[in-house]
Design a protein around this ligand. Structure first.
Ligand code: ATP
Ligand code: MG
Length: 319
């Protein structure tokens, strides 16, 4: 049964907070950046509305959720899309029993009322019109206005907001006045090897050490070249690898490169194979050969180089 509250004479049905098994593993500095942004240091102070940025699959949603849970708060998640309308973010009317209209509060408004944390996930997918309805919430006013229910809703002092954003092209440009309210920026970069191994282990406690190590080396090699392959891809590759092995009644703990390669192609692409341990050393060697060149100081050096390495030996021209 959904909880009910009455605001300015209008009864609202509240949404439930998210309950998922998502822990943040590794870099605690990022959790602390979020906690700092949400902190209040004086009675006249306001919490900030941090923006979590990073490539798809680096852990943005996980970070926001886990930071909220570590503060002992309920976390309400709102998935933003290109079709999210201002009222979807606030209050939606539904037909209740007896053909009466009931008002359902979004997860954002429910978090505001209950003093929880709202994670606006993939906020950059949302249009300017929808963002505009949140402008007063993100400054000193700390309220939203629902046109449909005809009420103004003030946020509980404990309410906190954060937004995750992807740097991908299928999204709207967020207007400057909104960007300035979504600060600070918290950037998740690729984890180091130790942390990435911990993340894989946490998500795949049933995978063998050999497989995990092999996968983390692969991911780390790809990170050096700034490929868009993330820990999520690593998790998916290992999951699929283990399933494929078991399907063929083979030992899931043993690393068999061909099956791992196939899983990598099916999860990512053929071009990813060069980063697999074993292939990578060969790839680096080839790269070195193609980029090695010599800078000549003067024309004499060019002639000497030509005589020594380019011109055919004399015996050839004689014979
Ligand atoms: N530090 C971490 N601790 C635990 N799990 C992590 C961590 N980083 C990433 N993951 C795992 O990686 C996967 C992807 O994480 P998540 O969904 O949070 O990424 P995202 O950046 O929000 O992706 P998208 O941009 O596609 O929304 C999840 O399975 C999550 O469990
Ligand atoms: Mg996400």
């Amino acid at each position: 049964m959904l909880e009910k509250v009455t605001i300015s004479g209008v009864e609202l049905l509240l949404s439930e907070p998210a309950q998922v098994d998502m822990e943040w593993v590794g870099n605690d500095d990022l959790i602390n950046q979020l906690k700092a942004a949400w902190m209040i240091v004086d009675k006249d102070d306001l919490p900030l509305n941090p923006r979590i940025l990073g490539k798809p699959g680096v852990g943005k949603t996980t970070l926001g959720y886990a930071a909220g849970k570590r503060l002992g708060k309920d976390v309400y998640m709102f998935q933003c899309t290109m079709d999210t309308r201002p009222e979807d973010l606030l209050i939606s009317p539904v037909i209740a029993s007896g053909n009466k209209i009931a008002y359902v509060a979004s997860s954002l408004v429910s978090a505001m009322v209950k003093g929880g944390i709202c994670l606006l996930d993939e906020g950059n997918r949302m249009s300017e019109k929808s963002w505009a309805s949140l402008a007063p919430l993100m400054d000193k006013r700390r309220y939203v206005e629902s046109i449909i229910a005809g009420i103004r809703i003030y946020a509980d002092p404990e309410f906190r907001l954060c937004v995750t954003m992807n740097a991908d092209s299928s999204t709207y440009e967020i207007p400057e006045y909104i960007q300035s309210r979504l600060q600070p920026k918290i950037l998740i970069e690729f984890p180091n090897k130790v942390d990435e191994l911990k993340i894989l282990k946490y998500n795949l406690p049933f995978a063998s050490e050999e497989i995990l190590e092999y996968c983390v080396d692969f991911l780390q090699n790809a990170h050096v070249h700034d490929e868009p392959y993330t820990v999520r891809d690593g998790i998916n590759i290992i999951r699929y690898y283990i399933k494929s092995r078991l399907m063929n009644k083979q030992n899931q703990d043993i690393l068999e490169k061909k099956t791992f390669e196939n899983a990598s192609i099916q999860v990512l692409e053929e071009a990813a194979l060069k980063y697999l341990p074993g292939n990578y050393e060969e790839f680096l060697k080839e790269q070195k050969e193609t980029i090695s060149f010599k800078i000549f100081k003067n024309i004499e050096e060019v002639n000497d180089y030509y005589d020594e390495f380019v011109k055919k030996p004399d015996k050839d021209s004689n014979g």
